[in-house]
Design a protein around this ligand. Structure first.
Ligand code: ZN
Length: 258
C-alpha cells in the first residue's frame, strides 16, 4: 500500500513557501500553511487538482492567512494543532503529538514541537520522506523563540533531528542564504558548511530555491541542530557546555546578527 507524494512549491509574500501536495492513489490534495489563498487556488486549478485538505503547523498569519478563503472555495478539511485550536481559523480536525494522520493513502506522524510558538506541530511523512516543519526548523536555521524557551526548542529540534537523514525538510521560508552567512560565523572550519554555503550562493544567484533540503545535511551543517558539538560549544565560549545553554547562546547571536 505504499504511495508517493507529489509536492509543489508555491512562493508567496516576501519569502514564504506554501506547499501543495497530491497523493496520487486517492487524489487527496493538501496545502501546508497557506499564507494566502489566491496563488494556491490558482496553482491547484492550473494542475486540475482539487484541494481536499489544509495542514497547519502553527497559528501565525503567514501560515493560516489563506485558510478560510480556501475552505470556502473548496470545502476542504483543515487539520491543525490541538493546543492552538483557538488560533487556527476554520480548524476541523485537531491533532497532537504522536497522532498519525491519514492523508489519502499516505500517513503523517504528528510531532509537537513548541518553541517558535507554544502550539507548533510538524507533520512527518516517513514513508515519503517528507517533513513539513513550518517555522521550527529552517534550512541552516530555526524559528525565533516567540512563545517558547530555548529548552523547549532544543528538545523539539532534537526530536526532528532523530528522523532519518534522507528526509526532505519542507520549511516555510527562504531564509537560507542569510542563515548560511550566520552559520559560517559559528562554525568557521566546517568544510561541509563551507561547501553548502557556496552552493546556496550559486543557487540564489541563478534565482533558484534552496528548500527543501535534506535532513542529513542539516544535521551536518545547521548550527541550531549542533549545540552538542564541541566546535559550536567553543564558538559561543561554552566548551563542554549544557546544550540548552549553547543553543540559547547561538539563538541569541542570530537574533542580533546583521
Ligand atoms: Zn511563524
Amino acid at each position: 500500500m505504499s504511495t508517493t507524494l507529489e509536492i509543489v512549491r508555491i512562493p508567496v509574500l516576501n519569502d514564504n513557501y506554501v506547499w501543495l501536495m497530491r497523493e496520487p492513489q486517492s487524489g487527496a490534495v493538501g496545502v501546508i500553511d497557506p499564507a494566502v489563498a489566491g496563488p494556491v487556488l490558482a496553482e491547484a486549478a492550473r494542475r486540475r487538482w482539487k484541494i481536499t485538505h489544509i495542514l497547519n503547523t502553527h497559528h501565525h498569519g503567514d501560515h493560516v492567512g489563506g485558510n478560510r478563503e480556501i475552505k470556502e472555495a473548496t470545502g476542504c478539511t483543515i487539520v491543525g494543532p490541538r493546543r492552538d485550536r483557538a488560533r487556527i481559523p476554520g480548524i476541523d480536525i485537531e491533532v497532537d503529538d504522536g497522532d498519525r494522520y491519514r492523508f489519502g493513502e499516505a500517513e503523517a506522524e504528528v510531532f509537537f514541537v513548541p518553541g517558535h510558538t507554544s502550539g507548533h506541530i510538524a507533520f512527518a511523512f516517513r514513508e515519503q520522506k517528507a517533513l513539513f516543519c513550518g517555522d521550527t526548523l529552517f534550512a541552516l536555521g530555526c524559528g525565533r523563540l516567540f512563545e517558547g524557551t530555548a529548552a523547549q526548542m532544543w528538545t523539539s529540534l532534537g526530536r526532528l533531528r532523530a528522523l532519518p537523514d534522507d528526509m526532505r525538510v519542507y520549511c516555510a521560508h527562504e531564509y537560507t542564504q542569510s542563515n548560511a552567512r550566520f552559520a559560517l560565523t559559528v562554525e568557521t572550519d566546517n568544510t561541509r558548511l563551507q561547501e553548502r554555503s557556496a552552493a546556496i550562493d550559486a543557487a540564489r544567484a541563478r534565482g533558484e530555491a534552496t528548500v527543501p533540503s535534506l535532513l542529513g545535511e542539516e544535521k551536518a551543517t545547521n548550527p541550531f541542530l549542533r549545540a552538542d558539538v564541541p566546535a559550536v560549544q567553543r564558538a559561543v565560549g561554552l566548551s563542554d557546555g549544557d546544550p540548552v545553554a549553547v543553543f540559547a547562546a547561538v539563538r541569541h547571536r542570530k537574533d542580533v546578527f546583521r
